[in-house]
Design a protein around this ligand. Sequence first.
Ligand code: FES
Length: 130
Amino acid sequence: MALYSEKVMDHFRNPRNVGVIENADGVGQVGNAKCGDIMKMYLKIENDIIVDVKFETFGCGSAIASSSMATEMIKGKPVAEAMRLTNRAVAEALDGLPDYKMHCSVLAEEAIKSALDDYYAKHPEKKEGA
Ligand code: FES
């Protein structure tokens, strides 16, 4: 069996939503101290919907594929739904990642949460239950 699924290879070779959003409503950056990989996520939010999302990753192929898939999964979705996105869901959408590469998908989940935290910090009134 191949180490990486076709979906992983596809998103690694043709990552979706790579880039920067100027004047993003939320920006988050996270890193993994062990491998040194870094991921930065930009969100454009209108009426509680993620209307645009872009990412930059200085990281491994699985991190690139995970962030690409994660951006596709939250684009056009309500903020509250994006907040609930788990790395497992991202890995499943990629038809799996090798066990020792699961932490790469964690980076995608954390980058999105960090960008959403930034958004909520700027718009405390939007926070659920506030
Ligand atoms: Fe570090 Fe994949 S090896 S994110």
